[in-house]
Design a protein around this ligand. Structure first.
Ligand SMILES: *Cc1c(COP(=O)(O)O)cnc(C)c1O
Length: 352
């Protein structure tokens, strides 16, 4: 605390990012990065951009990337908004589209950045309890609200909501923006982008951090009606006109030009997820059905925190949340086969 702080700062409760440990040789399964790495074409494109050009500002519109994304998803470029990671896109959404004097609805167990942005922008958040199977209940989203946001698949549960159910939430809230945060959609879900031309209240966010293995590049985007996109552009141009640098723009465009690599990478994650799930179940874990690149698990005989600690002592880092309802769970990122094997081979000893 300092007398120099503005009043807002004193009461902020910031997001706590997953640990990025400095130690080498760790099996790092804690922040849902994609272990297979970016396409080699992305690296080439970034290298080609490295040069004297860096003295020039990047394109403030990011038009080349908007065109790549709009072609890929079958929408118009003015239906795409770009940000420095989808976290920045989400921040602008909270500030520009959720301030209606009524509570913002989101699941009680979900991405912990949502309540943080509520605090930053003075929005009342109303956590809506997931049911006992950790599923979203549509009926709970038929109440007065200032907006709705949920990830699909949800994090940290991994549970996926079918598109026809997402549509019911859109239909129930025609006068409010409904945001579907699709950070993990490429690991087995279907994107709600297919619905944006029918629902002017729908905004879909995606990121290149997970399925495209570019968490370090910081690129995310939103797709929706041009009026929603314009709101975000107005905030962006009142905040930072250049959220995506030249390297990020070049790398992101290249990522969408290498469909074969993307397909192979996400299939590899999906098949490792199945193998990891089977291995954990064989050890007695309950594994929630996941359509993400992580699994959310608990063991009937072992406390979540103790398991996380025991794994850490063996150089394996996973995520444990000390929160109501999920304190006994562990969120484990799907790694490469060798990493998943280190985990599966360490567990029998710990459980014994
Ligand atoms: C990882 C994640 C994000 C943020 O992604 P960035 O593009 O890296 O900022 C957003 N939402 C959810 C649910 C996530 O898990």
């Amino acid at each position: 605390m300092s007398r120099f702080w503005s009043p807002l700062i004193k009461n902020l409760v910031p997001y706590v990012p997953g640990e990025q440990p400095k130690m080498a040789n760790l099996v790092k399964l804690n922040t849902n990065e994609n272990p297979f790495g970016p396409s080699p074409k992305v690296i080439e494109a970034i290298k080609a951009e490295l040069g004297d050009n860096l003295r020039l500002y990047p394109d403030p519109e990011g038009l080349a990337l908007k065109e790549a994304l709009s072609a890929y998803h079958g929408v118009d470029p003015d239906q795409v908004f770009l940000g420095n990671g989808s976290d920045e896109v989400l921040a602008h959404i909270f500030q520009g589209l959720f301030q209606h004097g009524e509570p913002l609805l989101f699941p009680d167990i979900t991405y912990s950045f949502y309540p943080v942005y509520c605090g930053l922008y003075g929005i009342e958040g109303r956590p809506v309890p997931l049911n006992d199977q950790f599923e979203i209940e549509v009926a709970d989203y038929r109440q007065p609200n200032g907006g709705v946001i949920f990830p699909n698949p949800n994090a940290p549960t991994g549970r996926y909501l079918a598109l026809d159910v997402v549509e019911q939430i859109l239909v129930a809230n025609p006068d409010r923006v409904v945001v579907v945060d699709e950070a993990y959609v490429d690991f087995g879900g279907q994107t709600a982008i297919a619905l944006v031309n029918r629902y002017p209240n729908l905004l879909v966010t995606q990121t290149l951090s997970k399925a495209r293995s570019l968490a370090g590049l910081r690129v995310g985007f939103a797709v929706g009606h041009p009026d929603l996109i314009e709101a975000l552009e107005r905030i962006k141009d009142s905040f930072n006109s250049y959220p995506l640098d030249r390297l990020a723009l070049a790398g992101a465009v290249a990522a969408y030009e290498d469909e074969a690599y993307f397909e192979q990478s996400r299939q590899a994650v999906i098949s490792e997820r199945q193998r990891l799930t089977a291995g954990l179940e064989a050890l007695g874990f309950e594994v929630l059905p996941s359509k993400a690149n992580f699994v959310f698990v608990r063991h009937p005989d072992h406390a979540g925190e103790a398991l996380a600690q025991a794994l850490r002592e063996r150089g394996i880092i996973i995520r444990h949340f000390r929160k109501p309802r999920i304190a006994e769970f562990l969120r484990i990122t799907v790694g490469r086969a060798d990493q998943n094997d280190v985990l599966l081979n360490a567990l029998p000893d710990i459980l014994a």
